[in-house]
Design a protein around this ligand. Sequence first.
Ligand code: ADP
Length: 852
Amino acid sequence: MAAGSAIQIPSRLPLLLTHEGVLLPGSTMRTSVDSPRNMQLVRSRLLKGTSLRSTIIGVIPNTSDPISDCDDLPSLHRIGTAALAVQVVGSNWPKPHYTLLVTGLCRFQILQLLKEKPYPVAEVEQLDRLEQFTNQHKSEEELGELSEQFYKYAVQLVEMLDMSVPAVAKLRRLLDNLPREALPDILTSIIRTSNQEKLQILDAVRLEERFKMTIPLLVRQIEGLKLLQKTRKPKQDDDKRVVSIRPGRRINHITSTAEDEEEEEDHDDVVMLEKKIRTSSMSEQALKVCLKEMKRLKKMPQSMPEYALTRNYLELMVELPWNKSTKDRLEIRAARILLDNDHYAMEKLKKRVLEYLAVRQLKNNLKGPILCFVGPPGVGKTSVGRSIAKTLGREFHRIALGGVCDQSDIRGHRRTYVGSMPGRIINGLKTVGVNNPVFLLDEVDKLGKSLQGDPAAALLEVLDPEQNHSFTDHYLNVAFDLSQVLFIATANTTATIPPALLDRMEIIQVPGYTQEEKIEIAHRHLIPKQLEQHGLTPQQIQIPQVTTLDIITRYTREAGVRSLDRKLGAICRAVAVKVAEGQHKETKPDRADMGEGEDCREHVTEDTKPESISDTADLALPPEMPILIDFHALKDILGPPMYETEVSERLSQPGVAIGLAWTPLGGEIMFVEASRMDGEGQLTLTGQLGDVMKESAHLAISWLRSNAKRYQLTNASGSFDLLDNTDIHLHFPAGAVTKDGPSAGVTIVTCLASLFSGRLVCSDVAMTGEITLRGLVLPVGGIKDKVLAAHRAGLKRVIIPQRNEKDLEEIAENVRREVTFVLASCLDEVLNVAFDGGFAVKPRVERLNSKL
Ligand code: ADP
C-alpha cells in the first residue's frame, strides 16, 4: 500500500478510542490499550481476524478519560484516522494490556454509530486518498505555489539535521519521492507539535488548508534549530539537533542563553585562574605542575568529571600560602605576662614554654624538638597552645587526631580517587592562609591504625624538622615547606604514643591541679568567662570560694577543671533565668496577673542587698541582687552532691585498704577489698586486672604466707598456713576500668594483712608502691597525680616508697601541709603506719641450735 496510491477503506469500521497522541495518515504510532472497550476490540477483532481487512480499524483521537468509558460511550471526535494494526503485543504487568502499533492510512468521518458494545463500530465516510481525488487538484498554480513553499521549508529543515544519521537521510529521500499531498501529515507527526496542533491538522480535510497550517509549524521548528545551532559548539550542536527534533522535547530559549552566559563566565574564571597561577608565589616545581594541569583543563570539555577535579586542584594550589606568613612579634617579657595572665599555676610548663620561645627568638629557626604536653583532660594543654600562638602573633589551628586511622587523613588522597582531597595539614594551611601558623596536634596518643596505613608514620615526616621542608601531600603531589609551622602536640598518656613519634617530641608533663589551684583558676578565669558567656555581671551573681570548694569536692572528681567549668556554666544558666525573669518583672511591674503587685515592686526597688537565696526554686519572686550561690543554692541547681568527701566510713571492716592508682585521666583512689572463705587455697581476682596486677597479688600472698608467723596471722581455723582450707577473693572496684601496673602491691599486702589479722586499716591512709618477695617497697610513677587524688578525697596520710621522695618537691606547698607523707622502704614500715598502733611483729626468739 504505497503512500501515494489510492486506497479504499471499509464502510464499517471498529473504533479504537485513544486519549493520548494523534495518529495522522502516513505516520506510525505505538499506543497502549488497557480500557475494556479497546481491549475487547483487540481481542475479538485484531487477534481473531485473519484477513487484511479485519486489521483495519478507525482510530479516534482525543477521547476523554479512558477509565470512565466502561458504561457510556464518551463523545467522539468527529474525524479519525483509518489505520492498519501492524503489531499487537500483550502483557500482564503491571495489569493486563496490549501495546498496539498502528499505521495511519487516511482520514474518515463518522456518519453513524452502529453499536457501542462490546466495542464501538461506526459507519464511516473516507475523506482523503480516494481514487477520484488522487489526480484531481484544485487550481494548479495556487496549490503548486503552496506546496512548493512547503517543500522548500521541509527541505531546509531536514538539511539542518545531521545527514549521517540514517533516519534523516531516509527522510530527505522521502521528501522527493512521496507525493506532496502526503507530506503535511508526515512532517507534522515528525516535528515538535502539540496534540492540539496535530488534531487541527487532522481536522484540516482540505489539502490547501493543511498546507497553510503546516507551514508555520515548519518555520517555528527551523527557527528553533537555528537558535540551537548558534549556542552549541559544532560537535555538540549536531547531536542536539537530532535529539531536539524528536517529539516530546522543547527547545528552551531561555535556558540556552543562560547556559551561554554561564559558559562564558566559566571561561573568564579559567582565564582568571591562570592569571592567579602565574602571579602566585608558588614554588617553581608547583608552578610547572599547575601550568601543565591548566593546559589540560583548557582542552577538557566541562562536562567531564575530571574538569571539576582539576579545577579544584588548581584553585587549592593558588589558595595555599606558599610564601605568605605573619611576622613574629616575640618579646619574652610580654610572653611571660601573657602566659601568666591566661593561666594560673602550671609553672613548670610555662617555664619550659618560655625557654623554648626564648631559644626561638635568639636562633630564629624551629629546628628543635616538638613540644608535647602530656596530662589529664582539662588541665589547659590546648589552651596553652593557643596562648603560645597569641604571644607569637601567629595564627592558631587545632588538628584533632583522636580516632584518625587512615594515613590519607594526614597526607591526603591521590588525585586518582573520586572525592580525593588534601590531608589535614594542607587543609589547615589553607584555612589559616599563612605558612607559619601554630598547629596543635591534639590527642596524638589516640591515633589509630588500620589497613589504610599508619597515620603515625605519616606524622613522622610532618614533625621531623629535617624532612618537613619538603612535605609532599598525596593530593598536591608537589612539596610544600612546613618548616615554618610551629607544631605542638598534646596527649593524655605517653604509653600509647608510637615510640618513633615519641622520639621526636619533648614530653612536658602537665599534672592535675590541687583544690586550691582549682579555686584560683575558677575565680580568676572560669567564672569571669562563664559570666561573660551568659551575659551576667558580678553585680548579679556571687560565687564565694567556699561554694567553689564545694563544687570541686562534692560535684566533681577530676584532675583538670573541665567538669568544674561545666558546673559553673550550669549555675550561670540557672541564675540567668532568675535575672531575666527579674528584669521582665521590673519592666512590667503592674501586670494584672501579679496578685501581690506591691510586694513585687518592693523587691525590685530594694535591689542590691546580698542575701542567701536558699529559696532559689521559687522562681515566681524576682531575685535580689547579687544572687549569692551558697550550699543550698548549689544543691538546688546541681542536685544532691555526687561525691562524698569522707572516706572513713568505708573502712568499717577488716579486709579493705585504700590504694592510689594513676590513669590517663589523673590520679584516683582505689578501694582494694579482700574476703576469705572455706576452700582449697584458691586465689580469685576480679575487677579487670592486667597481668602485672595479678602478679602483685600473688607476690603479696606469698610474702604474707612466709611472714604469717611473724605477724601472728592465721586463717579461719587458726593455722599459720593462710591458704590452708581457705580461698581468698581480691576485688578492685570500678570493674569497667582496666587496671594494671605494680603500684598496688603495698595496698594488697595491707588489705590481706587486715583480713587475716582481723584489724581495721586506718581510714585516713592511702598508699602506693611496688613490692618484692623480700618485702621491699620499690618506687612507682605518677606520685603527684596520686597524691592529689588522695588530697581530693580528704585523706590525711599517704604512704609512698622511700625512693619517690624526690617527687614530693613537685607537690604544692598547701598539699604538703595537709597531707602527711610516710616514706617506706619495706613492708614492715607500711603495715606499721597503716594500722592504728602499729602492726605488731612477734620478736624472733633466736635459738642457737647446738650441733654438738
Ligand atoms: P586540655 O586540652 O588539657 O584537655 P583545655 O585546654 O581544653 O584542656 O582546658 C579546659 C578549660 O580549662 C579551658 O577553658 C582552659 O581555659 C581552662 N583552664 C585549664 N587550666 C587552666 C589554668 N591553669 N588557668 C586558666 N584556665 C585554665
